[in-house]
Design a protein around this ligand. Structure first.
Ligand code: WTA
Length: 658
């Protein structure tokens, strides 16, 4: 261990004894929120509080009712009001004379740089909006987006918003088969994709891979292809169009038409507890209000000075709210990076921080742990003195990683905002306000103004200091409005455990003696791998679709690097033996069905799976056995001998791993 590492270790050790971490006086002095006035205002009337935030946006028509909660859980915010989301993200900044401001400093994998201004974004968004209309897209039609991290993805989303066509973005790491499924579930009429995508120096063909699976999907009428890598893209006459050609021939002006506050803005599929992903539906006025509010106050944004960078992919909710809608509504300047954190080298993030003088940086705990593992020499190569605030999202952050982030990346000077929220909540719900809140490493601290959270026991009573279930006790503007085409599932999933007016989050949590919230993890069959949500059922169904597999059970197992890792217990058909080749084959199969992120890290061969007499797989036992815990009660099993066989199989597996 290098000398500098040793002193760091000692310093981190020392900091672990420290309970509170306060913002520095320098930070506090200039911060947007330095007292609890906003909390008090929101506590006295949360609806009026959110109305005041909504007034920060441009409305073409004022709402008649701020919140209609007469038919829970179906909320209507700013009802009767009308606005155009893309106008709020673009036109109003350009009209105010800020057209030359950079919206995105884009950096390509091979070092290419492109600065995209607000005026340029507005120009392209209008042209693409006109082109979409020419292709027959009307307000309410769903448009799929499957693009890498290039500025065109932002243009695509905002062009949809401009004409009231909800977008359905699919993360570029998902497989074409997942795209197909999501297009099918949402009846998408158009898909915007690319010829190819780059990843760590390699190029993958995207359009041809999409064609391979999309062929017979009849609802999909048009495909727009961004020329990104120059990869050969098969084009079907009359159906497929190149993005640049459409823009070249489209009319320049596309006036921002007003849409109802409750007009759907986007659908984003996320994993639930069954194999079928849930189409989270977000609408316009409330979503944008809370996206802009949280982006401004949680990150203490001064749009004229700060350079902000959220390292997520736009394909996740974090990218939607904190790369696209929040920052653009606030007129911020952001960094957007196409590549991976370790390509071309492990210091690329820090190089970009130095190059663009990033002041606000938002990433995931899993990325921080990877950086810890790579070592301090990478961040130490670069000048990180522009940073003034750091954020995390996606999973609980262990105190050690929190302290490392604070010391190594933030030089002990930057407050950390650990932000808790979900695809469903649309925006940050529990987080420090950086100039006000005393942080505790590992805790997301308190609900933001206008948000009411609680930890409840199984009966809906406050759990006190005990661990319980996280719940949200009042509606909020960016809440999901329903699950697309599945309103019953919406009620059943979120609003049946505690009734129609209390949102069941699906996370275990604890509230400590100081009123700090500690989110522990999921309580349902959702696995969180590197901050990416996957359902056990989804992965199981992909594995079982392999021709040699009879049955599979999947669990999330604690993993040092990725938070949770996927372990699959697999029963093969007939009297086959599991081999290493077959493990590789099954992993590949899952990558093809869902995406590489869903590949099981461990495959354990099982002659049979532990089941109750009614045939339900007991995942709790699988988790216990995989993590080497004492087995609980096995008497309810149909065949208690199964567990002994599994233990032996795990022991063999561990021997092999060596
Ligand atoms: C988890 C990502 C602890 C949680 C924005 C939640 C967190 C799920 C945190 C949502 C955090 C997210 N601390 N856990 N700061 N942030 N989670 O929908 O389990 O991809 O329910 O949204 O991630 O994941 P999703």
């Amino acid at each position: 261990m290098a000398h500098s590492d040793m002193t760091l270790e000692a310093r981190l050790e020392q900091l672990q004894q420290q309970k509170w971490f306060e913002p520095t006086p320098q930070f506090r002095e200039r911060s947007l929120v330095a007292d609890d006035a906003m909390h008090r205002e929101a506590d006295s009337d949360f609806v009026a509080f959110w109305e005041r935030q909504a007034r920060e946006l441009d409305w073409q028509r004022e709402w008649t009712q701020a919140l209609d909660w007469s038919n829970p859980p179906f909320a209507r915010w700013f009802d009767g009001g009308q606005l155009n989301v893309s106008h709020n993200c673009l036109d109003r900044h350009v009209e105010a004379g800020r057209g030359d401001r950079v919206a995105f400093h884009w950096r390509g994998e091979e070092g290419e740089e492109r600065d995209v201004t607000y005026a340029e974004l507005l120009r392209d968004v209008q042209k693409l909006a006109n082109a979409l209309r020419e292709l027959g897209v009307k307000s309410g039609d769903v448009v799929g987006v499957y693009l890498p991290m290039i500025p065109e993805v932002v243009v695509a989303m905002l062009a949809c918003a401009r004409i009231g066509a909800p977008h359905n973005v699919v993360f570029g790491g998902f497989s074409p088969e997942s795209v197909r499924e999501r297009m099918e579930f949402s009846d998408a009429r158009v898909l915007i994709t690319a010829d190819g995508a780059r990843r760590k120096g390699r190029v993958a063909a995207v359009k041809s891979a999409v064609d391979d699976v999309m062929g017979d999907l009849r609802s999909l009428e048009r495909v727009i292809v961004v020329r990104n890598t120059g990869t050969d893209a098969p084009m079907t006459d009359g159906r497929d169009f190149f993005y640049d050609e459409l823009l070249a021939s489209a009319a320049d002006a596309c006036p921002a038409e007003p849409f109802d506050a409750e007009h759907p803005l986007f659908i984003l599929y996320t994993s639930g507890s069954t194999a079928k992903p849930k189409g989270i539906l977000h609408t316009s006025g409330g979503y944008l209000t809370q996206a802009a509010f949280t982006h401004k106050y949680v990150f203490d944004l001064k749009a004229d000075e700060d350079v902000y960078w959220c390292s997520a992919d736009v394909g996740w909710i974090t990218g939607h709210t904190y790369i696209v809608y929040g920052p653009l509504a606030n007129g911020a300047t952001s960094v957007m990076y196409e590549g991976a954190p370790d390509y071309p080298d492990k210091d690329i993030w820090w190089e970009l921080v130095e190059r663009y003088k990033v002041s606000l940086f938002y990433t995931a705990p899993t990325a921080i742990r990877a950086c810890m593992k790579w070592g301090v020499e990478y961040p130490q190569r670069r000048d990180l003195s522009s940073l003034r605030l750091l954020g995390t999202v996606g999973e609980p952050i262990n105190p050690k990683a929190w302290l490392w982030y604070r010391e190594v990346i933030g030089s002990g000077r930057c407050p950390i905002v650990d932000t808790w929220w979900q695809t469903e909540t649309g925006a940050i719900m529990i987080s420090p306000l950086p100039g006000l809140t005393k942080a505790k490493p590992g805790s997301a601290t308190h609900p933001l103004p206008g948000v009411k959270a609680a930890v409840l026991d199984g009966n809906g009573e406050e759990a006190g200091a005990e661990q319980g279930y996280l719940a949200l006790k009042q509606p909020w503007p960016a809440m999901l409005r329903t699950l697309y085409k599945e309103p019953e599932r919406f009620i059943e999933t979120y609003w049946s455990k505690y009734g129609r007016d209390t949102y069941f989050v699906g996370d275990a949590a604890r509230c400590d003696e100081d009123g700090y919230f500690w989110v522990i993890g999921r309580v349902d069959d959702v696995i969180n791998v590197s901050g990416h949500r996957l359902s056990t059922a989804e992965v199981e169904s992909a594995i079982v679709s392999h021709e040699r597999v009879a049955e599979a059970a999947v669990i999330g197992q604690a993993d040092e690097d990725t938070g949770q890792g996927i372990t699959a217990f697999v029963t093969l058909q007939g009297a086959q033996d599991g081999t290493d080749e077959l493990v590789g084959d099954i992993r590949e199969h899952v990558a093809k069905r869902i995406g590489k992120l869903a590949r099981p890290k461990r495959v354990i061969w099982a002659d049979d799976l532990p089941k109750t007499r009614s045939g339900k797989i007991m995942r709790r036992l699988l988790r216990d056995i995989a993590e080497g815990r004492e087995l609980g009660d096995v008497t309810t099993l149909r065949d208690p001998d199964v567990m002994a066989q599994l233990s032996a199989s795990i022991a063999r597996h561990e021997d092999d791993e060596g």
